[in-house]
Design a protein around this ligand. Sequence first.
Ligand code: XIL
Length: 387
Amino acid sequence: MKILKIISVLLLAMCIGCSSGDDGGPQVGGPTETPDPDSETPPVDNSDPFLYSATENLKDVADFPLGNIVSASKLASTSASNTTFKDILNQEYNSITAENDMKMANMFTGPDTYDFSDGDAIVAYALENGFRVHGHALIWHSSIPNWLNTFEGTDEEFEAQVEAYVKATVAHFAEVTDGDGTPVVASWDVVNEYFDGSAVRTSLFTQRIGTDFHEKAFQWAREADPDVKLFYNDYNIAGEVDKRNAIISMVSNFISDDIPIDGIGMQMHLNHDWPSTDLPTSIQDIADTGLLVHISELDVKANYSDDLSELTVERAQAQEEQYQRVGYYYTTIVPQAQQFGLTIWGVRDQDSWLYDGGSDWPLLYDNDFNTKITHRGLVDGLEGVAP
Ligand code: XIL
């Protein structure tokens, strides 16, 4: 493995030496040869052990969609950093998920009242730039609008509100199609994080609708759109065996009870050293359901126990390998027809929900948008280089 890496570094160095720089090879993280004087991004410092000069775009090395997250405000912004963000997004990815704009708290603004404007802007950007949109997330206990939390109507009225919201949202976002008639919003996370460990999580929805609210939600979504792909999404599906088994048994109940479901989203918020052997096992187990498999929110913490005050080379390499493992196991274990795609939860470290004032570095690009070695790990994995 080490030898392979050394060879690939040598080949890469030769390649960079002979590249004309305009052969379609990525400029991710800034130019590798002739610096553009107008560019905000400094050239990659090849002596920096945390960075590398990428020669391939993620979407080009995978046979399935590669995604990242967006917000309507970032897409609308013309600041230098958001312009670079969009350049990288357009170059390396072909699927987008709204980080927050298509969650219930953002869209369900009052009784029978919806604001889809941010989602609409995201869909318009996707249409214009050739992205697929993955809808995230119709029902999540962490994204409930205040008015619904304090809703004073009866439980029946509460359920009617949620039913109307699910149907209105799914129907609304089914409207936009591309030139081939394919809907831009391909899929929805219908229910996010129903389980807490292997138990059903107590939430406003279990309290006011019942523990079968998730089944109802999938049926409502399907009634609103017969074709959109419906996902169940959760964290620690890799890493927590009991939780995974609860989800797998939920799926078999759905199937025997004719509750519509198309796929499972494995969030994949990982650590550099966790999970280890359970990572391939979990991907295999989820693939064995026969449903679509989405790695839906990938990031890898390098400092989860806060033992580092700055990133070390050793830790960055462990993190690189964890990214490689995810790419490799997803690519090699999940049958092609079930590979819905792999979505990374953020571009720059500082934009990550896990950044925590700079005490972790979970993503593929540093704060100047340079490609980190984690990016190389993912590319290697997607290319089938065994970790
Ligand atoms: C996170 C966003 O990244 C944050 O900006 C927001 O404050 C909270 O939600 N699981 C999910 C995502 O399904 O929606 C969460 O996103 C991260 C955990």
